[in-house]
Design a protein around this ligand. Sequence first.
Ligand code: AMP
Length: 542
Amino acid sequence: MLGLMQDQPLLISTLIEFSQRHHGESEVVSRRVEGDIHRSNYKQISARSKQVANALDVMGLQFSDRVATLAWNGYRHLELYFGVSGSGRVLHTLNPRLHPDQIVWIANHAEDQVLCFDMSFLPIVQAVHSRCTTIKHFVALCDASRLPADSGIPGLQSYEAWIGAQPQTYSWPSFDENSASSMCYTSGTTGNPKAALYSHRSTLLHALAGALPDSLNMSARDSVLPVVPMFHVNAWGLPYSAAMTGCKLVFPGPAMDGKSIYELIESESVSFAAGVPTVWQMLLSHMQTGGLHFSSLKRTVIGGSACPPAMITAFNDLYGVEVLHAWGMTEMSPLGTVCTLKNKHMDLDADEMMKVRLKQGRGLYGVDMKIIDDNGAELPWDGKAYGDLLVKGPWVIKEYFKGEGASPLVDGWFPTGDVATIDADGYMQITDRSKDVIKSGGEWISSIDVENIAMAHPGVAMAACIGMKHPKWDERPVVVVVKRPDSELTREGLLSFYEGKTAKWQIPDDVIFVDAIPLGGTGKMQKAKLREILSDYRLPVA
Ligand code: AMP
């Protein structure tokens, strides 16, 4: 017997319809590439996303055709999120931080038909357009008056002229909720990049789970600042969860420096912000230098790389902001775990509570996890045993785009490439990427642990721990450090800082000071590149 409930597919168009009807006046504020602050709301975003849908119809785009973006977080990008997917096309967010050759490869692989780009990326588009063989239409996200007279890009038109000619009404089509809605390529540290192809159903379920109180806890009373880019994993699903809850949205555009972010948080009464540790590091430095405080910010979700304890403490103790540590990956839309406390943790003392907060968190409903040993046997949830982390659920990929049936799954589970522990309460803690784990004398050293201690030193701005070949121990850790400006930190000073904070054999053998640590397109430290740069380095002789 089937249930007697209405059969309505979970489609992205229903999100923007809901928010314009129930939260039409709720604001969408953007710092624009043009430099000014632009104010819109869900009603206007809905009307303009319908103009996008009409404009794509006029271009003759078919169901599932790909529309690419090269854009910062802003209202026009949001309109494309809804207009492209809502009308049945696939939104392909390109990462502007990738090398132009990679962008060409990815756009051709995805068979993008249209490319919509912010004017800051005009030089990239000028460099790549003739090699992007499938793109037929180029749209600059600006007013007609800002379009350069001679861009060299055939048929380039402005977004405002493109959608301005179209009606603001559109009948969103209904179709199978399993249809593709958007795609995102992984950074591809090895081999060519691979794409996760999200569906309407996976996107809506992910957005629902992401908005829950024990996830990101989003509501109509929030003012939400996604600093995480809309060009990578749909800004952790925040645009969708926002439309679902009707919260105010605040977009930073290209200005991600500490001063700009601080000013936006204050002027738009931001209550909740989301970003990777490197961005928050810039914000904290700005605040510490200027002796500033927040008047509205209550919580921030930090993920994408391990959040150093010093950052959690700084946000909490100095500024009264709760840090939610979160973990996920492109292949899982991306949210997997968020670290929110249970009742039993509320009376813990500060040190014990910090130990919980440092973990990457509990699985959301919809994500199942397990850790396995080298033989594939499942390991216990005791917070000690560590092994390869596998996940499954309705917003985890089963295959890559154009994977031709080849499944990355192991017995139905997706191997994340992370090494982790899971404790009896279900809190997962990443010890490392499997390729970054340091093997020393038959024991494993977590590079994240070594980095976290260095990051707690006031003279350290950024730290990366990598393993170096050792004749006796196989590998030994060294820590590569960018000092804070004016810091007089020495090698010996940092090494003695480790004493008493970790087992002696886990203390790095050396400290290497550098001006900068290479960061990838999504703000993660690129350890492979670092190893390359340090290929001539030799460990000090004991
Ligand atoms: P990406 O697919 O580019 O978003 O990268 C996903 C990878 O980032 C994960 O597999 C982890 O290795 C890493 N990652 C994401 N969040 C965290 C976190 N909170 N702590 C440690 N590593 C993280």
